[in-house]
Design a binder for this molecule. Sequence first.
Ligand code: BGC
Length: 903
Amino acid sequence: MIKISSLYFFIQVFCLATSAQIKTQMLRIESLTNPVGLDIKQPRFSWQLVSSKRNTLQTAYEIIVEDNSKHKVWATGKIVSGQSIQVDYKGNALKSNQRYEWRVRIWDNYGNTSAWSNPAFWQTGFFDTAEWKAKWIQAGYSGDSVGQPCPLFRKQFDLNKKIKSATAYVTAHGLYEAKINGNRVGDAYLTPGWTSYNKRLQYQAYDVTALLKKGLNTIGATLGSGWYRGRLASGKNKNLYGRDISLLLQLEITFTDGTSTTITTDESWKSTRSNILTSEIYDGETIDASNEKNGWASPGYNDAAWDNVKVATFGYSNLTASCNEPVKKQESYHPVKVIITPKGEHVLDFGQNLVGWIQVKLHGKKGDSIRIYHAEVLDKAGNFYTANLRSAKATATYILNGDAEEIFEPHFTFFGFRYIKIEGSKTALQPTDFTAIVLHSNLQQTGHFTTSDTLINQLQHNIFWSQRGNFVDIPSDCPQRDERLGWVGDAQVFSRTAAFNMGVNNFFSKWMKDLAADQREDGAVPVVVPNILRRSNTFAASGWGDVSTIIPWDMYLVYADKKILETQYPSMKAWVEYIRNHSNNDLWDNGFHFGDWLFYRPDDDYDGTAAITNKFLIAQCFYAHSTQLLINTARVLDKPADVASYTALLQRIKKAFLDEYTTANGELVSATQTAYVLALNYDMLPEVLRARTAKRLALNIENYDFHLTTGFLGTPYICNVLSRFGYSNIAYKLLFQNTAPSWLYPVKMGATTIWERWDGQKPDSTFQTVGMNSFNHYAYGAVGDWMYRVVAGLDTYEDGPGYKHIKIQPHIGEGLTRVTADLQTNYGKLSNQWKIENGYLLMDVEIPVNTTATLYIPAKEWKQVTESNTPIDAVKDITVKGKKDDYIIVEMGSGNYYFRVAQ
Ligand code: BGC
């Protein structure tokens, strides 16, 4: 007879054995790992499944959520559902400033049950602005304004009990850096980030338990002008959100005996000028170390000479918890080269055009100073070149205290640079004393794309680095000159590419809220978000304003984020209604438009006044596209009346397009690459006209000897359109073109990021006009979407968004013998590698658990194809569905598959 204890042991081992077949990982709330300070009442839960067994699907899940006191606030029981991402919380009402722990277990289609996951947690922020007890404070001394020293704030307090937990809630007008007992609070930079401050100001929450102690404590903060009141855009625009900079801080402390206390900014704080003498986003920072107030953020510092603070009454109604990944330091680099230029300048080359700042170790006498200038490129003669920064001074100035070694870095600015020029040093400089630190929104890298061709790999590298450099809390056009604004057209064209390279769901959700906040009452969308231009002619340009429909839809496709559609729906609809109200007989034939911005032409003509593509033709295409996306969204959100009325509108828009922009025989009146691309991409033409229009596009490209003539609006989709209509060979020719205008021309010229213009630096090394010549502008990098989605073939079906139903259809093209792409989807890793080897096409595919895939294998006959050396019709895990256009179509579920196609 088996003893009870060994029976128990046996059962346990048996359970472990079955549950080992399936497990969960990557538990996330709102796409974040263990976030602190969420003010979302119904956060969404996601997890991934891991199983080595092919075709594994989740059939049920169970979630348990417990509060601080281990009380269950949500116990779902077993829910029969395949949903493993974006699962809405439906438990008891959550409380503010509380930590919740959660676990999940799942059942799969093979009858396995996973073990309970390790617990994950999230902490809530304030659900009600009435929970703000802190008062807004400002420097008490007079004269605080842009260009003046950054103010410091401090308060000392006594905690007479043992601390269990403590959370600091912080925000500012301007930028803040908080300290507790001399230690920096958190590792986020440029906080509270950039939003439409007057309407939405984000606060951050930090777990500061480890920074506090029983006894005397000190909390302090430094403020910078930042985007709030610093100079923005060209000209002298400053104080755009207000003249003040102000701090709001609330520290919630719980003691081990269960009691709690709150420390807040109020009239008891003190203020003084810091050693940051000036600080601005465009111009840089000046720090005087001889003026350092040593120990100012620690207990015991004598602040008798400091001023009392002023209390301001800004209220709390615009406050909202941060919902995106903050800017953080990423990796760092030492210079790769020391250069003395022909002009005799001391220059260091970091080998990569990057965004961030320099951390420098200095030695010298008190009062010595050093200036660090930043530049993206050297000129034809090899001298330091900053003319393209326009009025941005982009300079860091450090005044030494005379200590043995002093380490400097800025606080409230950033630079776009590859080279720095150093002036003023009296001692020999060691290149290793200069470290370039990369800063950007702390987004997870989700995609990789590599090929057999080093130039194409460099192109992907450049796209990725332009994304990194321009995703500094908002999607900016460029990171270096006196601009760095959230230009909506640039973001729109790049958003799908961005969502391959990095996890951008929260990044764009946050920014879209600012878009809606800054949208005009009549639905007009500003051309930059946050909108600091605020002139009547800086609204409603076609291809720019359409960001309001395009990005929410992209986020839905890529992340199955239905909430962004719900949140943005009024904004999307208002935009389409704006266009409708400004149309004549369904034609959007008026208003200001940038057109196919920066399309290629030999002389200078920024906004395309002499553009070959008719601007209103472009506008009509985007009118149709936005309307189509609104219809799609209305369908997802189950709004049949809107689906019907906008479908009728769309038909009229397309008819108006045909009447106005095609000849009686169906030829487009604007015979440009961009006109063809937009008309085809947005299905503006009836089926019968499409093939011949695509042929004209192909001929046009051939006539330009396989060069692009497209600008910001035509470029993103040109290769997609070519592939869709069977001209992938031409798309590949464009991709491999290496004379301007083309993607590889800048690569051949040594670019390490994407340039704003096709020929920013000409073959003779002279530059394009300085007014508009950024070397870090991601818009033309939108070809990345075609590289991932068409060349490698990683796509999602609309009816299974978020890669629940995956489509893999690679396009093999001349010039590449291998392509490898992977994407960390919400379900897990999706990848495809194709290569041509010894007369075979090999395709290695990985499909994440809990998804299904339709795979298009480039082969004429299924008999040519094996999977793991077995003829595909004999592989039980996959289903051969048929054949279409030189592809064999198969369906399968999760797992790794190895296909081989005899050529
Ligand atoms: C920006 C662009 C932007 C454009 C408007 C420029 O100054 O750098 O990227 O889209 O203005 O056309």
